[in-house]
Write a protein that binds this ligand. Structure first.
Ligand code: 5GP
Length: 113
């Protein structure tokens, strides 16, 4: 499944974002509706809908996304944070382009709703 999403348009530069990191594989920017003092999204530049469709060939990319998300969280000054990947509508996914949420800067409750 490939399709245009708000995030594919951000990658193409058609929609502005508050970008904080970019490399050949991914881009990170601040969430437009932050749920915490720090709320950043890390997304692959490659079009991937969600974790349902990733195979072993994406192992390196997925590892890269996680490592970059940790680097960004530390650079933001977070000591503790949460990384979230919503997979499917029932799990809260609203943008169907794979993304990692980095959420922190306040006490986070568990379990999430
Ligand atoms: P999901 O609910 O799919 O896990 O997360 C999608 C996230 O994208 C939400 O937190 C939402 O606030 C954010 N978002 C949606 N549209 C935009 C946008 O145009 N720009 C930015 N920066 N974030 C967006």
């Amino acid at each position: 499944m490939t399709g245009e999403t708000i995030f594919s348009r951000i990658i193409k530069g058609e929609i502005p974002c508050d970008e904080i990191y970019s490399d050949d594989k991914c881009i990170a920017f601040r969430d437009i509706e932050p749920q915490a003092p720090v709320h950043i999204l890390v997304i692959p530049k490659k079009t991937i809908v969600n974790l349902k469709e990733v195979g072993a060939e994406e192992q390196e990319l997925l590892g890269h996304l996680l490592l970059i998300s940790a680097q960004i969280a530390k650079k933001e000054g977070l000591e503790d944070w949460r990384t979230v990947i919503n997979t499917g509508a029932e799990a809260g996914q609203t943008v169907f382009h794979l993304h990692i949420h980095i959420i922190g800067g306040r006490k986070l409750n568990w379990p999430p709703g």
